[in-house]
Design a protein around this ligand. Sequence first.
Ligand SMILES: [Ca+2]
Length: 333
Amino acid sequence: MFRNIISIYIALFLVLTSVASAENQDFNIWVDEFKKKAVVSGISKKIVEDFMSEVKFLPKVIEYDRYQPEFYEDTFTYIKKRTNTNKLKKGLALYKKEKSIIDQIETEFDVEKELLLSLMGVETNFGKYLGKMDIISSLATLSFDKRRSEFFTEELLILLNLVNKKIIQKDILFGSWAGAFGNFQFMPTTIKNYAIDYNNNKTIELKKIEDSFASAANYLNKIGWKKNTPCYIKIKLSNDIPKKFLNSSARNIQNKKTVKFFKKYIKNSDQLNVNNNLLAAIITPDIDIIPGSNTYQPAYLIFSNYEKILNWNRSLRFALAVCTLKNNFKNAI
Ligand SMILES: [Ca+2]
């Protein structure tokens, strides 16, 4: 009996190790193919070899990819965790220390300092969680994985291209499991399109205040954030609202109408302190995600600015947390 159990364990061990080594073998084949593609795209052979020769398949990255809090935490918990008093205190301390540069960036890019502080707080807890993953290996793992292969392959190519052009330095390439890095967790495409060398020292340093704040402000400005206009308002819906007006996907916000139109479906509409003609939509983020959630709660009236935060990160809860923390900063500064 005992001997049988041991031989079952040995057999299981052999099966598991052979699955793992087959996966590694496939990964190495993928790396070789990717290297060829990278050189053809114009990245120097030396950079490609330097970066891709030590790249590793990281099983943890796949685990994280399958278990993101945006997919399972209810809205109340998600927002509460990300907008607590400690976060507010930490952000205020950072603002006090860096006031002159942050105020200057606010004016220059026409983006509220409270929004910048909020995004940094939600993304990395003010630089505390910058991530320690080797970004090249993270991106390579996600490119090899079938789920979003095309997207991450493109991100990896862009990142190598940025290093090739000496826009970013090799030694800072440690970040999140998804390949984002710096104080505001920029993906390579975002760096390429929006990051700025604000202090003019010929390199983009997204882990430093000057470059990271200016880059985030530039990004928000370019995608159309409108300073001093609303992001969202929490509402109580009446039960007669047609279901088609309830958005629960961050990918495609539908059925936008004016505030005036929606007022008849909002119980506390007399407390809405917002222009009647503004275009808005309604989101009910817990539907479809939280089993047994009440269809009409929580509900929010959202505006154009809210959708800009969705451009930053396609998650209904993320955008709610960011705008909530922004409001908390507004009240405290
Ligand atoms: Ca710089």
